[in-house]
Design a protein around this ligand. Sequence first.
Ligand SMILES: [Mg+2]
Length: 197
Amino acid sequence: MKLNRSIFRFSYLALQRRYVFPKIFLKDINDLEIDVLRSHSIQGVVFDIDQTLSLPNENKINERVLNSFLRIQSAFKVCALSNLELAMSSEAAFSRGLEFERLYNLRVILPKLKKPHPSGFRLARRYLNLKPPHIAFIGDRLLTDTIGANYSRFYSIQVAPLDITADEPTIRIFRRFENLILHTHNFFHPKSSPTEE
Ligand SMILES: [Mg+2]
């Protein structure tokens, strides 16, 4: 019985680690190398929008990351999967999503059940027509993007948010908790860039 309990506890911890931590953590999406993705057999990339590609109040991709986005878009199949800030009305989120589609030819998936629920990841996987291990998910939030991506077996890449002062108050609280988890595992102090798990 004692052995069973130990196996259960070990499995539980292993599963937690597997789901919680990103495969790669980057302070800046501009540090992401196409060759690193290719070396992991990545053929498609799904982007989070808020604080990854754009500030929550912007209707376009932030200038700081635009070149990286275009570089990735030219190398892989891409789409976006966004909760588009929960405070936003569904009409506003829909029109903001359409704006991204129009400007960047980027399919934006706005799932009814928000990340980390697997339904949105399933829609992204079907749109890209790829198997999950060949899809990288790039997002800024541990509890929604990274855990959701890991659970759906995507290759999870977490990036630092573009500007935390633009966060909603509730997201700031969540982010503190997420940062604490990452800090305890030295994700913010990579020995070399990029850090790989
Ligand atoms: Mg985000």
